[in-house]
Design a protein around this ligand. Structure first.
Ligand SMILES: Nc1nc2c(ncn2[C@@H]2O[C@H](COP(=O)(O)OP(=O)(O)OP(=O)(O)O)[C@@H](O)[C@H]2O)c(=O)[nH]1
Ligand SMILES: [Mg+2]
Length: 689
């Protein structure tokens, strides 16, 4: 592949609801520009961007893929993203490094949840964008309806730059309003606009010219004085209104039928910003903030936005050059990790293939193999000029599963495997939950976790089983109690003797307090640590359902010792048993974690959300509606929230989001306690089998 300077690069991410045709559109670009000899098909699993075996099996994109298209001396790095909500992390990574976006909408379905999510991320990253009404050849395709569905959602003005030449099976091509020509099929030959479209085209043209004029004062003046705007004038004006986000131009195509492909690529070249014209970014330098823009003469700064680790291919680090120029034999400084990395060549990725190249210019996207210490989110720069670029914010993953090994052999590989899986994915994480002694993996939803587990199995040869995580209940007492235990054992030689009397009281703020309240020396203080140890062992597994005991003050107030047979172990036993007895007397109860939950849904779902919250033992704390979105805050037991990710999606058709964090512990109501005890008994019984 040739070298491209910043001016001749475009970084364009394709974003949309799942199944709107992004991956196939990429195939059409590849085929049209001669990079491939035929179009891949989703059903045949042979597209350039969906090369991963799980993508092929599921017939959807799961990862963001880079597919460069060389067209008229410009290299367009298309970033094909997954539309399925669980993989929103991949969307965010792509949107964060792109300089512009094409939001693709299915001409039958119109605006969907995935469109909304993608649109909002484009807003968040201030990406200039195109709207593409795609799959215009489908039965029931309806351009006007699809367009209005988007305009209903967004306040940004949409201006058609094309109108469809027919619809459904009659979709022949597009009518381009900038050149006022018709383009049949793939669209590389202009022809006269058919008579029946002339009027519509002229009306749309006027609207377009007015929008373009708004982008440039000189143009506006010329236009208002009645002067004709040239094609160059229109492009200049439009670029400006597109870049500043005041207008979103609308295109039409049928990627699968290879209709409208060339005019769309021309528009990308002419109207979307090169990295030079993209929004500058602020990096952290050694002496404060530095504003970086794509410029070969600037300080070197590469942001790592994606890492893959395949046991056969090895580690691949994908980066975007925000500033400076990169050569294949450089040494780079990783400021985030404070290590030096030596490049073993630089490459241009296209799906799973990589092509070596000697130089990559500012703004370009590339990949390097075998950078052992560098991870996603790191910045690579020059050691003499260290820089750190900001990491985009990823949503907190709230879908948890507990992980068990499939076989004994898998058990030792769990932590390294989970660590590797999470390294590649900013929305996947794992930890050991001490309270329940479980290994927890958390992601964006069931599909996300499922893909990770399958990856562990097929790529890393580690079998993992998943289950609903246990709730970290706790046990505590509600009243004072006393108990005594004498531990006495006489077997042959030396015996064991220890007697402990203790008293329990609920402790409000804290887990555990131990007091020596012996007066008169009935037990020597040297035995106190042994008694405390005995008690603490019981606290790890309480008397109701085996959960950690908290909130107790223990006072040892009496006891007996024997001059020969008393020893620490005897007092440990006595302390343990006395404590157990006292616990049972102190009206123990179960405590459960209560989560502070914030749910944001479209206004029309508010009633359903509140109704559903009623079934979850929730206490609603507040409600608020603003701009069509309602926010509900509530305190809800964790036990009722374990699968809320999935439930909220089905209540709101995927439009709702929520966040939650632990707030405090509360006593479990009596009617719920019994089912927790039963579950625990069942679990213990199954372990004995
Ligand atoms: N009729 C018609 N079908 C199309 C067109 N483009 C894609 N399709 C079909 O629509 C389905 C989805 O296409 P994809 O390209 O995988 O959609 P996507 O947007 O990449 O979907 P995700 O990867 O899940 O986000 C496939 O079965 C395609 O064959 C088109 O222009 N016309
Ligand atoms: Mg796809």
């Amino acid at each position: 592949m040739k070298e491209y300077g910043s001016k001749n690069i475009r970084n364009v991410t394709l974003v949309a609801h799942s199944s709107s045709g992004k991956t196939i559109l990429t195939e059409a670009f590849l085929h049209f520009t001669g990079a491939t000899t035929r179009m891949g098909k989703i059903s045949e699993g042979n597209t350039v961007s969906d090369f991963n075996e799980e993508e092929i099996r599921r017939e959807i994109s799961l990862y963001s893929a880079v597919v460069p298209i060389e067209y008229k001396d410009v290299k367009i790095n298309f970033l094909d993203t997954p539309g399925y909500t669980d993989f929103v992390g991949e969307l965010i990574s792509a949107v964060s490094v792109a300089d512009s976006a094409i939001v693709v909408v299915d001409a039958v379905s119109g605006f969907e949840v995935g469109t909304e999510i993608a649109w909002n991320y484009c807003d968040k990253f201030k990406l200039p964008r195109f709207l593409l009404i795609n799959k215009m050849d489908r039965e029931n395709a309806d351009y006007q309806k699809a367009l209005s569905s988007v305009q209903n959602y967004s306040e940004t003005r949409l201006i058609p730059l094309q109108i469809p030449w027919g619809e459904k099976t009659d979709f022949k091509g597009i009518i381009d309003l900038i050149t006022m020509k018709a383009y049949a099929g793939i669209g590389n030959t202009p022809e006269e606009i058919p008579a029946e479209f002339k009027e519509a085209a002229e009306t749309a043209y006027t609207e377009l010219v007015e929008a373009a004029a708004e982008g440039d004062d000189a143009l506006l003046e010329k236009y208002l004085e009645g002067g004709e705007l040239s094609t160059e004038d229109i492009i200049k004006g439009l670029s400006s209104v597109i870049h500043d986000g005041s207008f979103v131009p609308v295109f039409v195509a049928a990627g699968g039928a290879e209709i409208g492909v060339a005019p769309l690529l021309d528009a990308v070249n002419n109207l979307l910003p090169s990295p030079e014209n993209a929004n500058p970014v602020a990096a952290k330098g050694s002496s404060g903030e530095e504003i970086l823009k794509a410029d070969d003469s600037g300080p070197l700064a590469l942001y790592v936005w994606k890492t893959t680790a395949d046991p056969f291919v090895g580690k691949q680090t994908y980066f975007k050059i925000y500033s400076g120029v990169l050569n294949a034999d450089m040494r780079l400084w990783n400021q985030s990790k404070e290590i030096e990395e030596r490049l073993g060549g630089i490459f241009v990725p296209s799906g799973k293939d990589t092509t070596p190249i000697t130089t990559l210019h500012s703004g370009d996207i590339g990949v390097v193999p075998k950078l052992s210490g560098t991870a996603t989110g790191n910045t690579l720069s020059d050691k003499t000029h260290p820089l750190e670029l900001p990491i985009p914010e990823y949503p907190k993953s709230l879908y948890q599963v507990s992980i068990e090994p499939k076989t004994q052999a898998d058990s030792t590989k769990i932590s390294p495997t989970l660590t590797r899986l999470c390294e590649e994915d900013m929305t996947l994480s794992w930890h050991q939950e001490h309270a329940t002694r479980q290994t927890i993996l958390q992601g964006m939803g069931g599909q996300h976790i499922d893909v990770a587990i399958r990856r562990a199995e097929s790529k890393l040869q580690v079998g993992l089983l998943t289950a609903l995580p246990r709730v970290p209940y706790r046990e505590t007492i509600t009243k004072n109690a006393e108990a005594m235990h004498r531990h006495k054992k006489q077997s042959g030689g030396s015996g064991q003797f220890g007697e402990v009397s203790l008293r329990l009281a609920p402790l409000k703020d804290g887990d555990f307090e131990f007091k020596n309240a012996i007066f008169g020396g009935s037990i020597s203080s040297s035995y106190m640590p042994a008694i405390e140890k005995g008690i603490k062992n019981v606290m790890k597994e309480g008397v109701i359902a085996g959960y950690t005991v908290t909130g107790i003050t223990v006072e040892v107030f009496d006891g007996k010792e024997h001059p020969v047979d008393s020893k620490p172990i005897a007092f440990e036993m006595a302390g343990r048993e006395a404590f157990k007895k006292a616990l049972k007397e102190a009206s123990p109860v179960l405590l459960e974690p209560i989560m502070k939950v914030k749910i944001i849904v479209p206004e029309e779902n508010m009633g359903d959300i509140l109704g559903d919250m009623n079934t979850r033992r929730a206490r609603v704390q507040g409600m608020d509606t603003e701009k069509g979105h309602s926010t509900v805050t509530a305190n809800v037991p964790l036990a009722e929230m374990l699968r809320y990710t999935t439930d909220l999606r089905s209540i709101t058709g995927g439009r709702g989001v929520f966040e939650m964090e632990e707030s405090h512990y509360e006593v479990v109501p009596a009617h719920v306690t019994q089912s927790i005890i039963d579950a625990r008994d069942k679990e213990l019984a199954s372990k004995e089998d």
